[in-house]
Design a protein around this ligand. Structure first.
Ligand SMILES: *Cc1c(COP(=O)(O)O)cnc(C)c1O
Length: 402
């Protein structure tokens, strides 16, 4: 029982709006407490001033920072080998913040042609509309890098493994080309994860993650991260996050932190499943082609081996036949959800021609290798026997649609 106050005013229903002090407790909670509070209050002006000026630790208003964001961003920074980092409402908020914090009037962006769909729309439509033109290069062809460097190129956006063709970026050449031009190199490391590649160890200025995907891992939270070894850069981005309202919610951070705890185990299991899955598909009578950097048949197999740890958890393949065969295949794959995300704890799949790349003219899409019946699979951690059985059933059903 907590002590009643000695006041003569008896607390009633209307008194409950007055917040109670956290009950005294010598024990420390094992699990990070979820702090939903938007405001943190202080005893007096001196105390608040010392916190706001950074002389004492503390928080003020949740858009500017909160304990769950601090805990999550620290862990993500350990993983990426970053000196500092910040979390955002989503992966897209992280990219937006990194660009908006660094661009000045007259600056240009350089970006890879095979970016995540929304990133591509952002640098193709949104930033040019605001006066920041984008020059594009093919990340898997270093001969295209020089043309995308112009006077005023301020920031370069690339990924390491492209979606959905899983082409590998010629990263060493890219880092060199843009370093010598004085541009900042921002790497979207979502597909690779820090278990496969750590961009900051290889000359990137900024790394970002859609934590939503493999890191959080359970398809129940949107959250982003941006990290760097340059703490001034992080400070600047942090200011932009607060100004623009790109901040994370405590609940999202809490869920992501919980997911992160099993990331390493999940990544190992899913990577092993990806290898077995690619081997199973290669040479299957109902499969036209398989794209997986771990296969000797992949266009960038050697580069993947020298640049990355492992071959990742994503496998793309082309199903033989037409749309009717694809529909039969998807309907028969009852245990493999068909929808737009990746990195879930369980195996899921999508057809990029009707999702991420649906707005590209067909000829341009085919030129990128994204055929009509290309299926992108994000491997989960199930027993591979289950995955194999489900795909055997679905592939057999695809042939019956003829
Ligand atoms: C999903 C994704 C994003 C965007 O992240 P959200 O958390 O969905 O905003 C950015 N880049 C890549 C490579 C992604 O897969």
């Amino acid at each position: 029982m907590r002590k009643k106050t000695s006041s003569t005013i008896v607390p009633d229903a209307r008194s409950v709006v007055r917040r109670s002090a956290t009950p005294p407790n010598l024990g420390q909670p094992l699990v990070t407490p979820l702090s939903h509070s938007v405001m943190y209050h202080y005893e007096d002006a001196d105390q608040m001033q010392s916190v706001f000026e950074g002389a004492q630790p503390g928080y003020g208003y949740a858009r500017d920072g909160h304990p769950n964001a601090t805990v999550l961003s620290e862990k993500l920074s350990w993983m990426e080998g970053a000196e500092g980092g910040v979390v955002t409402a989503s992966g897209m908020a992280a990219i937006s913040a990194a660009l908006l914090a660094n661009l000045r009037a007259g600056d240009r962006i350089a970006a890879a042609t095979q970016l995540y769909g929304r990133s591509l729309l952002m640098v193709r439509d949104d930033f040019p509309r605001m006066g920041f033109p984008t020059d594009f290069f093919d990340a898997s062809d270093s001969a295209t890098f020089a043309d995308a460097i112009k006077p005023g190129t301020r920031i370069v956006l690339c990924e390491i493994v492209s979606n959905p063709m899983l082409r590998i970026t010629q990263f060493k050449e890219l880092a060199q080309a843009y370093k010598s031009a004085g541009a900042l190199l921002l790497v979207d490391n979502t597909f690779t994860t820090p278990a496969g590649f750590r961009p900051l160890d290889h000359g990137a200025d900024l790394v970002m993650q859609s934590v939503t995907k493999m890191l959080a891992g359970h398809s129940d939270v949107n959250i982003g991260y941006i990290g760097s070894n340059d703490l001034e850069l992080i400070e600047k981005i942090n200011g932009t996050i607060a100004n623009m309202g790109f901040n994370s919610s405590p609940h999202s951070c809490w869920l992501a932190e919980r997911g992160l705890q099993t990331f390493d185990l999940r990544h190992r299991a899913a990577s092993q499943n990806a290898i077995e899955f690619a081997n199973f598909l290669e040479g299957h009578a109902l499969v036209e082609r398989v794209h997986f950097p771990g296969l000797a048949s992949h266009a960038d197999h050697d580069l993947a081996q020298s640049l990355l740890k492992g071959a990742g958890t994503m496998v793309s393949f082309v199903l033989k036949g037409a749309r009717a065969n694809a529909n039969a295949f998807l309907r028969a794959a009852k245990n493999i959800p068909y929808g737009p995300t990746l990195g879930d704890v369980a195996t899921i799949m999508i057809m990029p021609a009707v999702s991420s790349h649906r707005k590209l003219p067909r000829a341009d899409r085919i030129a990128l290798g994204i055929e009509d019946n290309l299926v992108r699979v994000s491997l989960g951690i199930e027993d591979f026997k289950l995955i194999k059985r489900d795909f055997e059933i679905a592939l057999a059903a695809s042939a019956l649609a003829n």
